[in-house]
Design a protein around this ligand. Structure first.
Ligand SMILES: O=C(O)CCC(=O)C(=O)O
Length: 308
């Protein structure tokens, strides 16, 4: 399933020295759940890391869409429940990530179903390319996204711009969420109130190294279409030396996200690891179609009431 860990020393020089070149209109960013905090929050990409790290997409800010502590947040449909189904977590835990709660099921659905879902999702009218503010400039991201919530009014900002959130889930997304919650997959207790679709037209479309806001405590990604490389890297502990030797000690894992696969990240994964889907200019097998990912999420609003 997963390719073995390679240290940064073993990575090709080209890969290490040639981070993707960025050009105007080729922005990239990551999206995260709002969180109640005592100050205005910077969502997703940690600002200090984004600025320092040339590989990451940009200093993209993701902000809570409403005032901290606001009581105007809609009630959550259900409390957060991580994936605990024993058969799933024991069988699909990704080794080599220091016990982090990362699970990968490569063959959740068959190729024909994955392709049918991809084509149907591709035809949704809600796709758009968000604008991002990067170093004071507004650019348009290369990836198309479409965002849905189960609860009308769930607020979310993306680099200073409100996300175009649609409610409810379209029937296919609701159906896929229901199929994830079966005893054969994640189990019935896991609920999502948000789903973000990302479309990677070809290998030039990517998502830079980032981690999602820690309030995204359960993120479940369903991959459909072209298999793309997925890289997880351990973050250096705060205050740790940032030299090459220290870097080599950090865990890294990379593998391809197969069409029809399910990836789960939860617990302290976002605090400990970054993730990315790099540019891949060379076409590989299966790349005659785009990739669409669905990230089902539980947006956590600690100050929001829960219905039930
Ligand atoms: O498309 C994917 O699988 C990953 C998307 C992602 O990294 C994110 O939404 O934070």
């Amino acid at each position: 399933m997963a390719e073995p860990r390679r240290s940064s020393r073993q990575r090709s020089l080209v890969e290490m020295l040639a981070p993707p070149k960025r050009k105007a209109g080729d922005g990239d960013g990551e999206l995260d759940a709002p969180a109640a905090r005592s100050k205005r929050v910077t969502m997703g990409v940690k600002a200090e890391d984004s600025i320092k790290d040339e590989e990451t997409s940009a200093a993209v800010k993701h902000e809570d869409a409403s005032a901290p502590g606001s009581s105007s947040r809609p009630a959550l449909d259900a409390p957060l429940v991580p994936v605990t189904r024993r058969e799933f977590v024991e069988r699909y835990r990704v080794e080599g990530l220091g016990g982090a709660e990362v699970y990968y099921m490569p063959d959740w659905i068959d190729e024909a179903t994955a392709e049918r879902w991809r084509i149907e999702l591709d035809a949704l009218p809600q796709w758009y390319r968000p604008h991002l503010t990067v170093y004071g400039r507004t650019i348009q991201q290369s990836r198309h996204i479409a965002a849905f919530s189960t609860t009308p009014g769930l607020p979310l900002k993306y680099s200073g711009h409100p996300v175009e959130m649609h409610s409810p889930f379209p029937p296919l997304l609701a159906d896929i969420a229901a199929q994830l919650a079966t005893p054969e997959c994640l189990g019935a207790d896991v609920h999502f109130n948000h789903a973000m679709l990302n479309r990677y037209e070809d290998g030039s479309v990517y998502i830079g190294k980032h981690s999602d806001n820690v309030e995204n405590q359960v993120i479940v990604t369903v991959s459909l279409g072209a298999p793309r490389l997925w890289i997880m890297r351990e973050r250096a502990p705060r205050g740790a030396k940032k030299d090459a030797a220290a870097n080599d000690e950090l865990l890294e894992k990379r593998w391809r996200l197969a069409s029809g696969s399910v990836l789960v990240m939860q617990g302290d994964v976002q605090r400990r690891f970054t993730h990315e889907i790099p540019r891949e200019p060379k076409k590989s097998a299966g790349w005659e179609r785009p990739r669409i990912s669905i990230t089902f999420r539980q947006l956590v609003y600690p100050d929001a009431p829960t219905k039930r």
